[in-house]
Write a protein that binds this ligand. Structure first.
Ligand code: NI
Length: 180
């Protein structure tokens, strides 16, 4: 396994729509190794998720996992999920706001409104199709990571930029506000 280099905002790959992962491709050594490397990279940098374009691969592949970390101490736990070709359906008009950050937008936090309840259809690392309902924190993380597959970052989803903060200032001044 390897820790991969993370693309930062300004790299054009973050603004491109990623290609679909086809069924024969998912079982290939290349894609299976990429998944393992993405998991290791996510752990190394204490991300809650990572999308393939963030490691310079323009494919619709996402890994998500949340264990309490120093980067997001208040984050609820999410068991590991591997998703390819995710398709999101919004199930409510209700939006929830939370502080988001991103390994490709280092050291910033901003308040982002997201749909509270979604359905996501995706394929796992064995190529099996799943339909899952996600709410609240999990819904936010899935929307954030799926956005990366379509060239979007959380800054694009902020209603206004007035909450945008450097992480160190966020910790000093927004300590009373928790994620989700
Ligand atoms: Ni991100």
């Amino acid at each position: 396994m390897a820790i991969l280099k993370v693309a930062r905002l300004g790299h054009p790959i973050l603004r491109k729509k990623a290609g679909l992962v086809n069924k024969s491709e998912i079982s290939s050594v290349t894609v299976q190794t990429l998944i393992d490397d993405m998991i290791e990279t996510m752990h190394e940098y204490e991300g809650l998720g990572l999308a393939a374009p963030q490691v310079h691969v323009s494919k619709q592949l996402v890994v998500i996992e949340s264990q309490s970390s120093s980067r997001y101490p208040e984050a609820p736990e999410i068991p590991r999920m591997i998703m390819s070709n995710p398709e999101i359906k919004y199930l409510t008009d209700e939006h929830i706001e939370s502080w988001e950050g991103c390994l490709s937008v280092p050291d910033l936090r901003g308040l982002v409104p997201r749909c509270q309840r979604i359905q996501v259809v995706f394929y796992d690392r064995d190529g099996l199709r799943h339909t899952q309902i996600a709410e609240d924190f999990l819904s936010i993380v899935i929307q954030h990571e799926t956005d990366h597959l379509f060239g979007k970052v959380f800054l694009d989803r902020m209603e206004d930029l007035s909450s945008l903060s450097f992480l160190s200032e966020f910790k000093r001044h927004k300590a009373d506000i928790t994620l989700s």
